[in-house]
Ligand binder design. Structure first.
Ligand SMILES: [Zn+2]
Length: 275
């Protein structure tokens, strides 16, 4: 609990050690974490999800199911069977190439969490990779009344795109992570996806948080060695609270980004979050 409200981290990776990582989350003041499907094994069937839910945890930890079997982007998982046990569906770093599958799952009314940037090149100019991907998803969302949440946006062009989409009445939500409003690529040379940006990206992310374009701050926690430790539970609350000290967000707004909005997003997808 933090100043009287629980902290929800909407984007984490626990791999194959739920007890250890939930303990670190708890020690750092995080009450609820939502973990992605790329555990070991991948969470792509009800049986695997139930097994994952039986593992010991030190804070509330809600799984996200894969959208497709084996995260391969080919065949949808059994959505109706699985949906009551998970916060939502995501293929995370293995973004969904097949937009027909995205449309199909959005039509089910479940929460879909979409990675904003593929982990490999697909013939799109690098500086705009993220924004282009979000645009692809938005084009699908225009045609269906689904629940789409875009994960960890990092670029000014993406903030501008989402702001415009929201103004035009498209319903979607999005998140950023503390490293995207704290460091430029000149500050830290780390390999991370999406990559750190420039000063103008940091400014745009802060503006997006402040004007409500960006709904949520999430950590994208991933156990070492994958991410060099930049996306962590330890810095999650201090760096987020830094936005209040800096005057970017009010305390009320921070509460929205860390509790109220993530809760609304999870419950909007049909999951009952008992806190
Ligand atoms: Zn992730």
């Amino acid at each position: 609990m933090f100043k009287g409200f629980p902290i929800i981290d909407l984007h984490t990776h626990l791999r194959n050690d739920i007890p250890r990582h939930t303990k670190i989350a708890r020690e750092n003041g995080i009450d609820v974490i939502v973990y992605m499907a790329n555990c070991n094994p991948f969470l792509d069937s009800l049986e695997k999800i139930k097994r994952s839910l039986k593992e010991k945890r030190y804070c509330k930890a809600i799984p996200v199911a894969a959208i497709t079997k084996g995260l391969e982007g080919k065949e949808l998982v059994k959505i109706d069977k699985i949906k009551h046990y998970v916060a939502g569906f995501s293929d995370d770093g293995r973004y969904l190439k097949n937009l027909n599958l995205l449309k199909e799952i959005l039509e089910k009314g479940v929460l879909v969490l979409a990675h904003c940037s593929p982990s490999y090149e697909v013939g799109i100019k690098k500086p705009y990779l993220e924004t282009n991907f979000v645009e692809r998803y938005l084009n699908v969302l225009k045609k269906v009344d689904g629940k789409l949440h875009i994960q960890h946006i990092s670029q000014k062009t993406t903030v501008d795109l989402i702001r415009g989409a929201k103004k035009s009445g498209i319903k979607l939500t999005c998140e950023t992570c503390p490293h995207y409003f704290t460091y430029t690529k000149k500050d830290l040379s780390v390999k991370i996806n999406p990559p750190l940006g420039e000063k103008e990206d940091i400014l745009a992310i802060k503006e997006g948080l402040s004007d409500g374009t960006i709904d949520v701050i999430a950590s994208d926690y991933a156990p070492l060695p994958r991410k060099t430790g930049i996306a962590g539970f330890r810095s999650f609350i201090p760096l987020s609270y830094g936005l209040v000290l800096e005057g970017v967000l009010s305390e009320k707004q921070l509460r929205e980004k860390l509790y109220f909005n993530p809760q609304k997003i999870i419950e909007g997808g049909g999951y009952k979050l008992k806190l």
